[in-house]
Write a new protein. Structure first.
Length: 114
């Protein structure tokens, strides 16, 4: 079974940046280059929402709330997916999850202070 591990979350001031990473140690193939990958988030008291996705051919898609500020990418050589988050706002505060093949990571907390 594929297991995903997110990292890179933390506390940052409004306007700051963070880069989240998603890796797997349980799949030896280039999983991120074969299957679509997505980042979701769940803010306190809110439903989980899709933040960004990237297909195997590199096509990206973003939620309106993060367009122009977030960028999803992957490094096939490192078998890692990323979410670069710039111009962070307090409303970006949430637990961020990486997903692939219906598998979810444990999430990484992002907190943006005003």
């Amino acid at each position: 079974q594929v297991q995903l591990v997110e990292s890179g979350g933390g506390l940052v001031q409004s306007g700051g940046s963070l880069r989240l990473s998603c890796t797997t140690s349980t799949f030896s193939g280039k999983i991120f280059s074969i299957y679509a990958t997505a980042w979701h988030r769940r803010a306190p008291g809110k439903q989980r929402e899709l933040v960004a996705s990237i297909t195997s051919d590199g096509t990206t898609n973003y939620a309106d709330a993060v367009k122009g500020r977030f960028a999803i990418s992957r490094d096939d050589a490192k078998n890692t997916a990323y979410l670069q988050m710039n111009s962070l706002k307090p409303e970006d505060t949430a637990v961020y999850y990486c997903t692939i093949l219906g598998v979810w990571g444990q999430g990484t907390q992002v907190t943006v202070s005003s």
